[in-house]
Structure formats: C-alpha cells, structure tokens
Write a protein that binds this ligand. Sequence first.
Ligand code: OMP
Length: 226
Amino acid sequence: NAQTDSALALEFVQFAVESGVLRFGEFKTKAGRLSPYFFNAGLFDDGAKLGRLAQFYARQLLLEEKNTGLQFDMIFGPAYKGIPLAAAVSIELARLGRNLPFAYNRKEAKDHGEGGSLVGAPVKGRVLIVDDVMSAGTAARESIAIIKAAGAIPHAVAIALDRQEKATEKGLDVNYSAVQYVTNQLGLQVCAIARLTDLLQYLAAQGDASPADQADGGSLGGHYQA
Ligand code: OMP
C-alpha cells in the first residue's frame, strides 16, 4: 500500500502549507492526542484551491490504478468535510474521462421529501470513500459502516493526508497504524496523497529543523506508527 509518489506528495505538502491548510503549533486531535501540526482541509476555501486539491486526489488515484490495479464503481463523500471533496474529485475524474456515480450522507436523517440519510447515486458496487485525513481511523470505520448498511462494498479510501498514527479500538491505542488496520483487518486499499513522513521530508528540505525535530515519536505523544 505504500504507493505514495514522493514528488507528488512533496508538491502537495507545499500546496497545503501555502494555502494555510497545514499549520504548526499545538493542537489536539479528535482522538484527544496532542499534535505539533494540524491539517484543516476546510481551508481549501476557494474554487481554485478546491480544483487543485481535486487534481492531486485524481493524480494519486490514477497512480494507484496503474501500480495496483485499483478499480471502483462509485464515489462516496462522508458528511461533512468529505462531501465537497468527493464532489470535486468526481468532477475531476469525469474531466479525465472517468465519469462515476457519486453519493454522500447527511448526519441527521430526514423524515420528509426524499427521506433517508443518503443523497445522490444509489450506493452499490465497489465504493471509494473520499475523505480528508486519517488519524486513528475512526472516521474511516464510520464511512465503512454506512456503505455496508447500504448493501455496498467499501473498497478503498482516498485521503489527502495519512498522519501515520496508531489505530484505536474501544478508545485505546493499539500497536498498529490506522492504515494497517483499515487495510489488513477491514480489507480496504488506502490511497494517501501524502503522509507524515512526506511532511517531515518537506520540512527538512526547507531547512526548518524545529518542527521536524519535534515531530518524532515522543512529541507526537507516542501515537506515531510508521
Ligand atoms: P480519525 O477519525 O481519528 O482517523 O481522524 C480523522 C479526522 O480528524 C478527520 O476527518 C478530521 O475531521 C480530523 N483531523 C483533521 O482534519 N486534521 C488533522 O490534522 C487531524 C485530525 C484529527 O482530529 O485527528
């Protein structure tokens, strides 16, 4: 699964830093972990940035297709942040000649109108989940459950950034990464445009030693899992 292309990854990290999406400081993640950096995909907040972001996802997906034979029948964007991402990636893939059905969920089920909590194309076949970041893997597990409940096959997850952190089970850290968990135990292919190691490489190349020095296993609170 280590299909990350390092030139593409470094180009992407630079784009994220320049867009203010990737920031350094002191943050707490959803899993309650302290982190010296945070990736806020909500700050790809104009049409040009969103379009460029979609191009990175599409390039990564085509690379996975070439290297691993990745195939999928439709695209799913989990609420909320996955919705514009999956929409933008769907548009970009169609532009590249791969037009596929697209769906997303709402967080609150609707009791009138079309009803249900899924919107868009029928969720069936091999589904690609498009989301922003994987940390402990909780968001991926939730999307997988939604797709299974719809009777479809969760097949792959495309993310912009793999933080390379430990998975959690019942709220506790385990000794393998979230990506390993999703890949080996849940059977999905994980496609990340960039990973923490690419971010560290980018920082080292910038000659900005401090965040890279900080971002070792220790200051990542022991959650880093290569
Ligand atoms: P997990 O569910 O633990 O894998 O965390 C993934 C989610 O955490 C993402 O979908 C975001 O909502 C959020 N997140 C970020 O957006 N950027 C980060 O750098 C870190 C997190 C996070 O809270 O872990």
